[in-house]
Design a protein around this ligand. Structure first.
Ligand SMILES: NC(=O)c1ccc[n+]([C@@H]2O[C@H](COP(=O)([O-])OP(=O)(O)OC[C@H]3O[C@@H](n4cnc5c(N)ncnc54)[C@H](O)[C@@H]3O)[C@@H](O)[C@H]2O)c1
Length: 463
């Protein structure tokens, strides 16, 4: 079976970049990305390709080449479903905020809505691909919804989780470590798997395309994120011990990272991990484990989240303690709001929680981030529901210029590891700050010796 028409439901951080790369690498396949969010779709279609709604290095060029040729963004969901042979579901699966499993389980309402819509609209056989990260055995629920439509259409359900990292999405998609495709073990299931393999094989070496059963594929994605987050929490746990023992976490990380059994990636101590995935996916793993009565397994993974929350709180507490136990009325400048560099995504960013803590202590936050928009910052704070929107506005001021943001500040907190922060004229920043001038480097990106020489009281994580 040769695929010529693909639909992707969900034009977000995963759907948008993934489909842009598929369209770019497969000019013979028509790829339509649909979303209910009209603003998002109109930005994807913006004449000026720099205005696309997601910032990822290199993404605008990929979109520019394929858009209008074989890549389309649309709100006409039914039409795109009807025409496609293969449908990716790439909608959001946030943590449930209500009912059973509140705060733990994945909210699958968007997934179910997609399944019902596909079932309603389809007039021909289709391959449905779970691209969203889903709890193990979700494919079973999808199958049940799709198979009970009564219109005789056959569906094959595949799991093809996405392993891209925001900030390097395009590079990851162009050169993935592996592509994972899980499907039914029946002959029809294998035909569907092979059809999707042929799409990726247009640019991914075949030995990097793994075929598994659906459940292994679903669980592998949760497991990958749990392992990555666990490394961050592990090194962060050691960072606190370093602060008490005069060991330096950067030195420890380097020393253990050179062990080929451990490896050097994801060993950077920081204010804590953020992003829409790590916390949500681990909570999901914890919830599933508990549901099966596996309490030790659940507790083991939950500790990764507990450590991460502790690291964020510890960072804000340390700022208050160091600034003579009060930050009331003091100007504290945040450099960075995105959850990591090279993205405008702020979901679960540590900066949000640190700001919330410091606003509770009545600090005045000045903020500069190269890519995050002001309205996003305010909506992130409002989302916590700690105080009213008007109150939040009183405590945070957003600047277009980092030097202005730092002027007359009591302290600077670095919350995102944007490369440009390393290039700043730190002497100039120092000259315009109140003294003593404190820098709390939540990402360990600046040079301790240089900062001390300028005169800063400089603190990084874990030393
Ligand atoms: N962000 C990442 O780095 C990343 C990486 C790997 C996997 N994932 C997973 O991919 C999935 C999507 O994540 P994301 O970051 O792209 O989310 P997102 O919120 O950026 O995008 C999801 C989009 O789906 C749309 N949508 C929701 N319901 C819809 C419906 N019924 N019909 C049409 N459109 C609908 C929303 O409007 C939204 O634009 C999640 O399951 C996530 O866990 C994310």
């Amino acid at each position: 079976m040769k695929i010529t028409n693909i639909c992707c439901i969900g034009a977000g951080y995963v759907g948008g970049p993934t489909m842009a790369v598929i369209a770019n690498k497969c000019p013979h396949i028509k790829v339509t990305v649909v979303d209910l969010n009209e603003t998002r779709i109109s930005l994807w279609n913006d004449e000026n390709v720099d205005n696309i709604p997601i910032y990822e290095p290199g993404l605008n060029e990929i979109v520019k080449e394929a858009r209008g040729r074989n890549l389309f963004f649309s709100t006409q969901v039914d039409k795109a479903i009807d025409e496609a042979e293969l449908i990716f579901i790439s909608v959001n699966t946030p943590t449930k905020t209500y009912g059973t499993g509140k705060g733990m389980a994945a909210d699958l309402k968007h997934i179910e809505l997609c399944a019902r819509q596909i079932a309603k609209v389809s007039k021909s056989n289709k391959i449905i691909v779970e691209k969203s990260t889903l709890p193990v055995r979700t494919a079973e629920a999808l199958k049940s919804i799709l198979e009970n439509t009564g219109n005789g259409v056959q569906f094959q359900i595949l799991s093809n989780p996405e392993f891209l990292a925001e900030g390097t999405a395009v590079a990851d998609l162009l050169n993935p470590d592996r592509v994972l495709i899980g499907g039914d073990t029946s002959t029809d299931g294998q035909v569907a798997i092979d059809a999707l393999v042929e799409v990726y094989a247009n640019w991914v070496p075949r030995e990097r395309i793994l075929k598994t059963n659906v459940w292994s594929s679903e669980l592998s994605k949760l497991t990958a994120n749990a392992f990555l987050a666990q490394r961050v929490s592990s090194i962060n746990a050691i960072s606190e011990l370093c602060e008490k023992t005069e060991a330096n976490v950067n030195e420890v990380a380097k020393a253990i990272g050179m062990d080929s059994r451990i490896g050097s990636k994801f060993l950077k101590a920081s204010v804590g991990f953020g992003g829409s995935c790590f916390q949500k996916d681990i909570l999901n793993l914890v919830y599933i484990s508990k549901a099966f009565g596996l309490n030790e397994v659940a507790d083991y993974w939950e500790q990764v989240i507990i450590m991460n929350d502790h690291q964020k709180r510890r960072f804000s507490k340390n700022i208050v303690k160091t600034l003579y136990n009060t930050v009331s009325g003091k100007k504290i400048t945040f450099l960075g709001w995105a959850f990591k560099k090279d993205t405008n995504d702020t979901r679960e960013s540590a900066a949000i929680y640190v700001a919330d803590d410091l606003i509770n202590e009545q600090a005045s936050i000045a903020l500069y981030d190269p890519k995050v928009e002001s309205k996003q910052v305010l909506s992130d704070l409002d989302y916590l529901e700690t105080r009213s929107s008007d109150e939040n506005k009183k405590y945070i001021e957003i600047f277009e210029d980092p030097y202005e943001a730092c002027k007359n500040a009591h302290a600077i907190a670095i919350l995102t590891e944007w490369d440009e922060f390393k290039e700043y004229d730190w002497q100039k920043i120092y000259n315009n700050m109140l003294k003593p001038a404190f820098v709390f480097d939540g990402r360990n990106i600046l040079d301790l010796q240089k900062m001390n020489e300028i005169g800063f009281v400089y603190q990084s994580i874990g030393s």
